[in-house]
Design a protein around this ligand. Structure first.
Ligand code: NDP
Length: 283
């Protein structure tokens, strides 16, 4: 039997680690799949997806800049994709194109399971109000933090996200937990500080007061790299425990793999291999 075919589709896409991650998952779980990069023209996402499906493709991961196009293309959405307003995983099932969003679940798995840091009952600060922050919102609220403060450079966008959180919240207690702030008005220390801004792409740090961190805080940057980001260096300098988004990447892939194949892969070895490859390539 030929392998079932999957792709990660983006533009650019050659840098994506998803084919390596899914090849490891497939080897570990004895799944017969073929997973590759697919570069789509910036104005040709839907055509690229539909012709891949026509050729027998079973599913796709979707990366920058196509997560909103994937949301529009899906004929059925999971509740978490609906809440995120974006799709990073497509599954082709007969005439149905199922759209899911596994990013937020990946974030939670990496914080709660891999880092061993509970969110329930904790004070959580979410920096940013773009696509990644939106995708994290419902999964974070489902963990029942004591308080979730959304802070963004453009405060109006944080307020829009809070309104969305209020719509998604399943009860009044959840609604009451969500607040917004500007960076400069942030008050007090947080147990978990998640950087969902793209500031790290430019070696920038969102200008938050250093008092948001204590030695008991986890500072999490959704971005990852061979070296700690400027945000993580800033947090570490103020005593926080730090973690980058490589685990989130692996965990969101594991959720997608399970959606497609019905089997949950173990992630620890894959994460350790990726970390080692990142560090080696930088030295
Ligand atoms: P968006 O472009 O949708 O949003 C960018 C956000 O960053 C906005 O809130 C913007 O604020 C803020 N921002 C940008 N520059 C700065 C700055 N210099 N200082 C402070 N705030 C700034 O990006 P995404 O939400 O899609 O992605 C955010 C990050 O998450 C990226 O680094 C991406 O790589 C990472 N990511 C990681 C994943 C993983 O698996 N590890 C998965 C998904 C994303 P404003 O509203 O004021 O413009």
């Amino acid at each position: 039997m030929p392998p079932d075919r999957y792709v990660v589709i983006g533009n650019p896409v050659a840098h994506s680690k998803s084919p390596a991650i899914h090849a490891s998952f497939a080897a570990q779980t004895a799944q017969h799949i073929d997973y590759r990069h697919l570069l789509a023209p910036l104005d040709g996402f839907a055509e690229a997806v539909l012709s891949f499906r026509q050729a027998g493709g079973k599913g796709a991961n979707v990366t920058v800049p196509f997560k909103l196009d994937a949301f529009a293309l899906a004929t059925r959405l999971t509740p978490r994709a609906q809440a995120a307003g974006a799709v990073n995983t497509l599954k082709f099932d007969g005439d149905t194109i199922l759209g899911d969003n596994t990013d937020g679940q990946g974030l939670i798995a990496d914080i709660v399971r891999n880092a061993g840091v509970a969110i329930k009952g904790k004070r959580v600060l979410l920096l940013g109000a773009g696509g990644a922050a939106r995708g994290a919102l419902l999964p974070l609220l489902e963990q029942e933090p004591k308080e979730l403060v959304i802070a963004n450079r453009t405060v109006a966008k944080a307020q829009e996200l809070m309104a969305l959180a209020h719509q998604q919240a399943q009860n009044a207690a959840m609604v009451a937990r969500v607040k917004t702030s500007s960076f400069s008005a942030l008050d007090g220390a947080f147990d978990v500080v998640i950087n969902a801004t793209s500031a790290s792409l430019h070696e920038d740090v969102p200008p938050v007061p250093s008092t948001v961190f204590t030695t008991a805080s986890l500072a999490y940057d959704m971005m990852y790299g061979a070296q700690p980001t400027a945000f993580l260096r800033f947090a570490a300098a103020h005593g926080a425990q730090v973690r980058d988004g490589l685990g989130m990447l692996v965990e969101q892939a594991a959720v997608a793999f399970e959606l497609w194949r019905g089997v949950a892969p173990a992630t620890a070895t894959v994460l350790a291999e990726l970390r080692s490859a990142l560090t080696t390539s930088a030295s």
